[in-house]
Design a protein around this ligand. Structure first.
Ligand code: HEC
Length: 196
């Protein structure tokens, strides 16, 4: 884990990936943002998520997950997020991050595209500022390094309090960010759901 981290953080923090070149069906970051906005307008909340659930850090003290119909269907067919072994092509999952004051601080997304990144389950990873400015897009090593902890769920976590990550993991990826006290409390209440 440690060894993967150094490399992936370095790659991830570079932001816009050049991995897009030559791949025909990959949307532009702007086109993906349009898709995300449609989910936002339709309040397309991901199954098992809810509005303003507890997030891990003060930058995402509250989160809301969204999902498009392909992803919703994958979850329904499997009987829940923890039972999904493969998401359907073009599944789109989104996490809206809100600060302690419930102001939107950022949006992350993952789009399933067949043949995009076979070694890492073909997810296009993306991060945006609240106004749609692209922060990172493509095969983002840091996103993948953490989401691979739930490889058996095809890289998609169940929202808190169903699955939680230990403080040490959050600190390894985001050393400068403060934990959300409500999340730390969840960890104490539900030690059995911590992903290893
Ligand atoms: C340190 C671990 C970690 C890192 C790094 C990380 N995530 Fe996540 N992510 C999580 C956890 C845990 C959840 C579940 C919490 C929730 O749904 O609110 C999550 C949720 C999500 C979701 C909603 C779908 C799901 O898996 O529940 C998306 C989309 C997402 N992350 C995208 C990204 C992107 C894009 C990046 C990189 C810019 C990233 N994540 C970096 C841990 C991480």
């Amino acid at each position: 884990m440690k060894r993967i981290l150094g490399l992936s953080m370095a790659v991830g923090m570079l932001g816009l990936s050049s991995a897009l070149a030559g791949t025909k069906s990959v949307p532009t970051p702007q086109a993906l943002w349009q898709e995300i906005q449609i989910l936002q307008k339709n309040h397309a909340i991901m199954p098992e998520s809810r509005l303003f659930q507890v997030g891990s850090r003060t930058v995402d003290a509250f989160t809301t997950d969204l999902a498009n119909p392909a992803a919703v269907q994958s979850i329904a067919q499997a009987g829940g997020i923890i039972h999904v072994s493969r998401y359907a092509d073009h599944s789109l999952l989104v996490k809206e991050n809100y600060g302690m004051d419930k102001q939107l601080t950022g949006v992350t997304a993952m789009l399933k595209l067949s043949k995009y990144d076979a070694g890492d389950r073909n997810w296009v990873m993306a991060a945006y500022k609240p106004n749609g400015t692209v922060v990172a897009f493509g095969k983002i090593g840091s996103c993948i390094a953490c989401h691979t902890m739930v490889r058996q769920q095809d890289f998609v976590f169940a929202p808190p309090p169903q699955q939680l990550l230990p403080v040490s993991t959050w600190k390894a990826f985001f050393p400068k960010q403060e934990m959300n006290p409500a999340y730390v409390a969840l960890l104490q209440e539900h030690p059995e759901v911590v992903v290893k």
